[in-house]
Ligand binder design. Structure first.
Ligand code: TXA
Ligand code: MG
Length: 324
């Protein structure tokens, strides 16, 4: 069932009823849609893994409504607390030390002794507040595929496997949250996302530690092939071939585009936030219309551009047989 989030009271009521019954509910957040369940309900969380075909070693983000709820599940060091104050609610996830008394099932956290927490804004925040418990929610897509930024994407991936979808319109940011972890008083980046690192550096006054290329995988979602459409993806395209579709921005003509399959200009004004908001929906649309190959122009690695480069690099990576 798809319920419109603008009919607020009804949406909250059906969502809370479903969550309390241990069902899965797809919810809109400002980053991407999440496939949510009561984070404290083992059986419900197990269904997320089944439906999403997600490997059990890959832990989920627990979404909380406020700091009071966060404090029930995690222990915050002073620097994490500063980040929380500056960027929650918002597109940031913090990997924190799990409170041993927190009673979150191991299935939610993968038993790592840490817990990834995010306080989202908007509809999902109010839903969690009313529900009174955190929601475990990965992005609402089959593992390895492009995340959903619209309710219809969720319906297409999961069909009747998801009991309820709350339609909050297109996700505002369009890429997943930035995942950070504080270690030895240093902020470490685990996944670039909707919160720009420049912002984090401005607030903390120190440089964020970027992951080493080819280093150990700390967030399992960092596995190389991920966020992949069915079509092949070619990066840093300076020209486009006749059999390719083109993704570009800023209205700049690209050699070959007059003869290519289709051109998607994600932001004629050259605004990277607009590119982010439209990227996933465009990759999915290209699949729906049967595009076999997509060329993407170079995207600067500033602001949200860092996350965009990360996602398209994974979309372009050799498709490995690892089921994620
Ligand atoms: O914007 C988002 O973050 C969306 C919305 C729905 O909140 N969620 C999302 O969830 O992208 P997911 O499950 O697709 O990605 C969460 C990432 C995974 O790569 C997972 O490995 C990592 O967070 N993660 C979760 N718990 C972790 C932990 N304790 N330590 C390290 N990484 C963790
Ligand atoms: Mg995901």
């Amino acid at each position: 069932m798809i319920v419109d989030a603008t009919s607020c009271e009804k949406a909250f009521a059906v969502a809370i009823e479903a969550l309390a019954a241990g069902s899965l509910v797809a919810i809109p957040t400002e980053t991407v849609y999440g496939l949510a369940a009561d984070a404290t309900n083992e059986a419900a969380v197990r269904r997320i893994f089944e439906v999403k075909r997600r490997p059990s070693f890959n832990p989920l983000i627990c979404h909380c409504s406020d700091m009071e709820m966060v404090a029930r599940y995690a222990i915050l060091d002073p620097l994490s607390r500063r980040l929380a104050q500056a960027f929650w609610p918002g597109p940031m996830t913090l990997v924190l030390e799990a409170d041993p008394a927190s009673l979150l099932p191991e299935r939610t956290t993968a038993g790592l002794g840490t817990v990834a927490i995010r306080v989202p804004s908007g509809f999902s925040n109010e839903l969690i507040r009313r529900f009174g418990k955190p929601l475990a929610a990965p992005s609402a897509n089959i593992s390895g595929r492009v995340s959903a930024t619209m309710a219809e994407h969720v319906a297409r991936d999961f069909g009747s496997d998801v009991d309820l979808i709350i339609d909050g319109g297109p996700a505002m940011i369009g890429v997943e949250s930035t995942i950070l972890r504080v270690l030895d008083d240093e902020v470490e980046l685990l996944r670039p996302g909707g919160l720009a690192l420049e912002e984090v550096e401005r607030v903390t006054g120190r440089q964020v530690k970027r992951p080493r290329e080819g280093g150990t995988i700390v967030a399992p979602g960092m596995l190389t092939s991920h966020y992949a459409p069915q079509a092949a993806v070619r990066l840093n395209a300076k020209r486009v071939e006749t059999f390719e579709a083109l993704i570009k921005f800023g209205g700049v003509p690209v050699p070959g585009e007059d003869n290519c399959v289709h051109t998607y200009d994600l932001s004629p004004d050259g605004d990277l936030d607009e590119v982010a908001a439209r990227l996933y929906a465009t990759l999915k649309l290209a699949d729906v219309v049967g595009v076999i190959s997509i060329a993407i122009v170079p995207i600067p690695k500033e602001g949200i551009g860092l996350a965009l480069n990360d996602r398209i690099a994974r979309a372009a990576a050799p498709r490995c047989p690892i089921p994620d």
